[in-house]
Design a protein around this ligand. Structure first.
Ligand code: ATP
Ligand code: MG
Length: 475
């Protein structure tokens, strides 16, 4: 205790997990540009401070400000209780049961206010693997700092004095571009295995190196992620995939050995040579959209990641004698069921994925009313973008994508001309001519009646929902 005290008095640059006194940096020393700080976040800290509480901007926002990056959102940490916070703001809502936080709303902007967390995780209830189950005691600021994940995420910024409080050497690590977990890495991963996924996300996003002591235990401890509730893994995966650096994140996951046997999704994505090009294109596309501020649908993203698994199963069902459309639905069911165990794909996302997949064979049908019917599909845009990805990856002939681009952009006579035009070659003659379900799917444009009966039986057998576009009824 005395040793620790002396160390903190001496202001050792390298802080450890026991730091109770922060290093305080002035604006001149840290150089944060106040212009990058949300006026609403300043309003929140100011209001809390005027009411006699401590209040700081904390976490990722401070990290980003120190890197001169405009933060995407702002979190505030305070010693006021959630009830006390709520009373100070007009639109403030307490959320969460196990650990309450307050959402303070200003128009569209949400500032998340948390009360300093207290005590060490040693005392918290845990599962048999050491994962902390509840974490709901309030405490001192230095205790709050020690409970955070990385040194660079444990700094506090006071907009009023423009000072930064650094408890664990975060500034030095920012300057050295190092991602370092606070405390003993093994113990911290055991408490919360999701931190291993966070290491990967931040390393890829910030282009930081992972401190060797922080990365060493990951390969061995990766299986602990199996015990984390699926919904939490899903949230973190979604953050990773929507970070604008999805491709780099997946490469980093692979490097850390985190993809193996751990998330079926990633096993599939990264270890299928066939699908690799498709997934790479899909993620590069997603990253580009996010960087341009365009919306990205999680359904589209997961549909892309799992497409080649669906393709493989689709083929297998057809080889076993199933008709193409029911075979596709069976394949989709198998893939979704395998993933939900681990990832808790939300219903809406799973239904979007199904829609996108089920639409694919319908693009093969380029006669009669079928293409017009498809134009009315609510998810047409997503299905079409997906089709273009399949073309770009070489899975199917680019001619099909071009035809649909022309059909969607064309006026009445142009569309009629396209419909009467015989495709230059069969759209199934893609990268694997005649071998895949695409070939089977085009064959489906044939005798519809028989398939209708089979399709209906199979869909009801597997519980296929009404959300599945009818693949046979519009011939
Ligand atoms: P981003 O820019 O991606 O939002 P972030 O650092 O703000 O990055 P959040 O998930 O928003 O990430 O978390 C906010 C802060 O809460 C983190 O900076 C960190 O201090 C703390 N935190 C989040 N998750 C954990 C965790 N699993 N263990 C410990 N601390 C965490
Ligand atoms: Mg954040």
């Amino acid at each position: 205790m005395i040793k620790k005290f002396i160390r903190s008095i001496l202001g050792k640059n390298k802080k450890d997990a026991s730091s109770t006194e922060p290093t305080i940096l002035s604006q001149k020393q840290h150089g944060i540009d106040l212009q990058l700080v949300s006026p609403n976040a300043i309003r929140v800290t100011q209001t809390l401070q005027e009411a006699g509480f401590k209040a700081f901007i904390v976490g990722g926002a401070v990290r980003d400000l120190l890197l001169s990056v405009k933060p995407k959102d702002f979190d505030v940490a305070t010693n006021a209780t959630p009830e006390q916070v709520k009373q100070l703001f007009r639109r403030a809502f307490i959320i969460g049961r196990r650990f309450q936080i307050v959402h303070v709303m200003f128009g569209q902007e949400l500032i998340e206010v948390t009360t300093f967390r207290g005590a060490s995780a040693d005392m918290a209830p845990k599962d048999e693997h050491g994962r902390v189950l509840r974490d709901n005691t309030f405490g001192e600021q230095h205790e709050d700092a020690v409970r955070r994940d990385f040194t660079i995420n444990a700094m506090y910024y006071d907009p009023a004095s423009q000072s930064v409080l650094d408890y664990h050497g975060g500034i030095a690590d920012i300057r050295a571009k190092t991602l370092r977990i606070i405390g003993e890495p093994e113990a911290r991963y055991r408490e919360d295995p999701v931190r291993m996924l966070r290491v990967v996300r931040f390393a890829a996003k910030l282009k930081f190196n992972i401190d060797p002591a922080s990365s060493a235990p990951i390969a061995v401890m990766a299986p602990l992620i199996d015990n984390v509730p699926a919904a939490r893994v899903f949230d973190e995966m979604l953050k990773l995939l929507m970070s604008g650096h999805a491709l780099a994140c997946l490469q980093q996951l692979r490097k850390q050995g985190l993809h193996h046997g751990l998330l079926p999704l990633l096993d599939v994505v990264l270890e299928q040579p066939l699908g690799e090009k498709f997934v790479t294109l899909a993620l590069a596309n997603t990253d580009a959209r996010i960087k341009q501020g365009k919306p990205v649908s999680p359904g589209f993203l997961f549909a892309s990641l799992l497409w080649h698994q669906v393709l493989e199963k689709w083929r297998a069902y057809q080889a076993a004698g199933e008709y193409p459309i029911p075979a596709l639905h069976l394949a989709a069911d198998d893939v979704l069921n395998a993933q939900t165990e681990k990832l808790a794909l939300q219903r809406k996302i799973a239904s979007d994925m199904r829609d996108i997949w089920a639409m694919q064979p319908r693009f093969e049908r380029r006669t009669g009313k079928a293409p017009y019917k498809l134009l009315e599909h609510l998810r047409l845009r997503a299905g079409y973008d997906f089709l273009l990805l399949r073309c770009a990856s070489g899975e199917i002939d680019a001619e099909l994508g071009d035809w649909w681009t022309a059909f969607m952009e064309g006026d009445g006579p142009e569309r009629e001309a396209l419909l009467s035009r015989k495709p230059a070659n069969s759209s199934s003659a893609g990268a694997n001519p005649g071998a895949g379900p695409v070939a089977g799917a085009s064959a489906n444009a044939g005798p519809a009646k028989k398939r209708k009966r089979r399709g209906g039986r199979n869909r009801s057998k597997t519980g296929g929902g009404a959300d599945k576009p009818s693949s046979d009824g519009d011939a």
